[in-house]
Design a protein around this ligand. Structure first.
Ligand code: SF4
Length: 507
């Protein structure tokens, strides 16, 4: 599926191939699936001697891992590509590649808008990237590797052209050294009218449970303590192995006892596929987090129908009732699209009402933007003015923030068990700036810093502590909160007359 095309930038001499510095810059936009894809690609390139740099100017290989779900993400990539036009003129040996969803969907458009791009690799062809880079560098000809479009073959042929790419990883690219993503399925068959994913990531395919378990074993040996299982509709997971059907609940049972793994979570869930077997697994398996991301998208049945989401608000409510009954205290987060075609003020008010009713831990709120290649783009007029989309976005966010803060405040005065992820992000930026000016000896004598971690129900907690706590679990007394964060301090237990005096611990 690799097809060399004549390049528009064929101005180099062949010696460039031998003298390049193997510095790799990669920019990743989009979802966790993309973060994982970048980790895998960087891992493969490292084995060929590449080093990762965060300085685009010093890199001789630049990759963009792209997202097509929202227009803004695409604009960002075209703007970054535009800026590289002159860099490419000055350094013709530079190899520029575009991978991921935009590459799969818009290959010709990318080459037309950015003729200095050397290679394009679709979502199912990431394993080809090291070869594509080598070919592009050697031949100075454009390279592309793409999976079949959904209408370009039988389902099995199209599915086969999307490879699940999960070789040895690049630990440096992980969210933290103790956390890793594990892909358990690729693609999507739900066809929500506004979404390009079924086109860009192909048909739904679940990976064999034995392969997933083996990957979790390797990650645990590398020091990973928390795994996040990834799928576009992760709870639709189904795979038959040796005559036995594995659902997500069965997979959780299979990997639960992996030595070293302390926490397991999974995203993103599809409301209609939230079986009670899965909720019972979360209840019964102590390593599973009590947290579910289950996008509702709209609180109005008419809009849900236009979106072809496949459920009503009443059905979502039934799911929420089951979650609360089987896993009490489980937090749920959601996504919402505001300004979808057909969303009136009355339907928007219904979305507000659902946030107040379901009390989501948090919601990711997006303004609708028509995406070429989707049914909504072809068939539904983008009839909500931009100003209304913006206002509804702000309004819904404000309602969600108020709910989140009220629910976070319930934790004040209580004690929570927290898995420590590492330095809090705000602190990390500040410290990098300080370290740049500090002597090595002053860096060694660091006092306690602001750390961040998560509760079992995925609430972010910040507190002061020793950086060595990263990757362990600790107990935090909650003293304050914001809309997004619980703030507290490490609990030190006073032992008096044989009694451990402390606050009640919530998980
Ligand atoms: S379930 Fe719908 S929104 Fe989610 S990836 Fe599939 S088509 Fe897109």
């Amino acid at each position: 599926m690799v097809s060399p095309l004549p390049t528009a930038t064929d101005t180099t001499n062949a010696n460039t191939a031998d003298t390049h510095n193997r510095q790799l810059f990669i920019e990743t936009v989009g979802c966790q699936m993309n973060v994982l894809d970048s980790e895998l690609v960087v891992g493969a390139l490292r084995r060929q001697g590449y080093e990762l740099t965060d300085d685009m100017k010093s890199a001789d290989t630049i990759l963009f891992n792209t997202c097509s779900v929202r227009e803004r993400a695409e604009h960002k990539i075209y703007s970054l590509l535009g800026r590289l036009k002159y860099a490419k003129r000055q350094r013709p040996g530079l190899v520029i590649g575009v991978m991921g969803c935009m590459a799969q969907k818009d290959q010709d458009i990318i080459f037309r808008r950015a003729p200095h791009v050397d290679l394009i690799a679709g979502t199912g062809q990431l394993a080809e990237i090291p070869n594509l880079i080598a070919e592009a560098r050697q031949t100075r000809r454009r390279q592309r590797a793409l999976s079949l479009g959904r209408r370009d073959g039988k389902r099995v042929e199209v599915a086969d052209s999307f490879e699940s790419y999960d070789p040895t990883r690049e630990p440096q690219m992980r969210p933290t050294p103790h956390q890793a993503f594990v892909r358990i399925m690729i693609g999507c068959d739900k066809f929500c009218t506004y979404c390009v994913v079924p086109m860009t990531r192909g048909p739904e395919q679940s990976r064999p449970p034995t392969l997933i378990a083996a990957e979790v074993d390797i990650l645990a040996e590398q020091g990973v303590k928390e795994v996040t299982l990834l799928g576009q509709t992760v709870n639709s997971y189904k795979h038959t192995e040796e005559g036995r059907l594995y659902r997500l609940s069965d997979l959780l049972h299979k990997i639960h006892d992996t030595p070293g793994i302390e926490r397991i979570k999974f995203v993103t869930n599809y409301p209609r596929d939230m079986g009670s077997d899965l909720l019972e697994a979360i209840r019964d398996l102590p390593k599973c987090m009590h947290y579910l991301h289950v996008p509702l998208q709209s609180g109005c049945d008419d809009v849900l129908k236009l979106m072809k989401r496949g459920y009503t608000v009443a059905q979502y409510r039934e799911m929420m009732d089951r979650i609360n009954e089987i896993v009490p205290g489980c937090s749920v987060s959601s996504d919402f699209i505001v300004g979808h075609p057909g969303e009136t003020e009355a339907s928007f008010d219904k979305s507000i009402a659902t946030i107040q009713e379901f009390r989501f831990k948090n919601s990711f709120i997006f303004k609708y933007s028509p995406r070429p290649g989707t049914k909504a783009f072809d068939r539904l007029a983008d009839d909500v003015p931009e100003a209304d989309k913006k206002r509804r976005n702000n309004e819904l966010l404000a309602i969600q923030n108020a709910v989140s803060e009220e629910d976070n405040a319930e934790f004040i005065g209580k004690s929570v068990k927290v898995f420590v992820e590492g330095e809090s992000k705000a602190e990390s930026g500040k410290r990098k700036a300080e370290d740049a000016n500090a002597s090595p000896s002053s860096q060694d004598a660091r006092p306690a810093i602001q750390l961040s971690g998560r509760t079992r129900c995925d609430r972010i907690v910040v507190f002061e502590g020793n950086p060595r706590l990263a990757g362990s679990s600790t107990e935090i007394a909650i003293e304050d909160c914001t809309t997004t964060t619980l703030i507290g301090s490490i609990v030190t237990h006073d032992v008096q007359h044989g009694c451990d005096v402390g606050l009640p611990i919530l998980t």
